[in-house]
Design a protein around this ligand. Structure first.
Ligand code: FAD
Length: 106
């Protein structure tokens, strides 16, 4: 079976980075593709219980793909939901761009 920690870190890296660079004014095709990417996770994510719980969370909290900022915020909350479940510290969602886009201010 896959290493759920390595898989998780790489998946979050991909998802947060894609959200950070998602446009301010996404085209309908970009919105639709992002929604189908996210909705695919509960179906194909190769950690069964992760996929199942994520599917429930997604059903209760539909993705906001109206722009990159909203998507990043939404994804941060979804990741925090998993952090909470695993007893990990919650991430400050105001720092999502610093972590995944701009880097720390100097
Ligand atoms: P990760 O949680 O992988 O985070 C990586 C980095 O992201 C952190 O170092 C931090 O810089 C940043 N970060 C942390 N929180 C946030 C946030 N809220 N917003 C933005 N950036 C943040 N594991 C399980 O054991 N059980 C599960 O049910 C489970 N479900 C998962 C569901 C999904 C959809 C995904 C993608 C992963 C899931 N995982 C699950 C894996 C788990 O979330 C972690 O990826 C794994 O435990 C490794 O954790 P980590 O401490 O290295 O940091």
């Amino acid at each position: 079976p896959p290493d759920v920690e390595v898989l998780g870190r790489s998946t979050w890296t991909f998802l947060h980075t894609a959200a950070a660079y998602f446009p301010d004014k996404p085209t309908p095709a970009q919105r639709a593709s992002m929604i189908s990417l996210l909705r695919s996770l509960p179906v194909i994510y190769p950690c069964g219980w992760c996929a199942q719980d994520f599917g429930k969370d997604l059903a209760q909290n539909p993705p906001d793909v109206s722009n990159g900022k909203k998507l990043s915020e939404w994804l941060c909350q979804r990741h925090n939901q998993v952090n909470k479940k695993l007893g990990k510290p919650l991430f400050d969602c105001l720092k999502v761009d610093e972590r995944w886009k701009d880097g720390p201010a100097d």
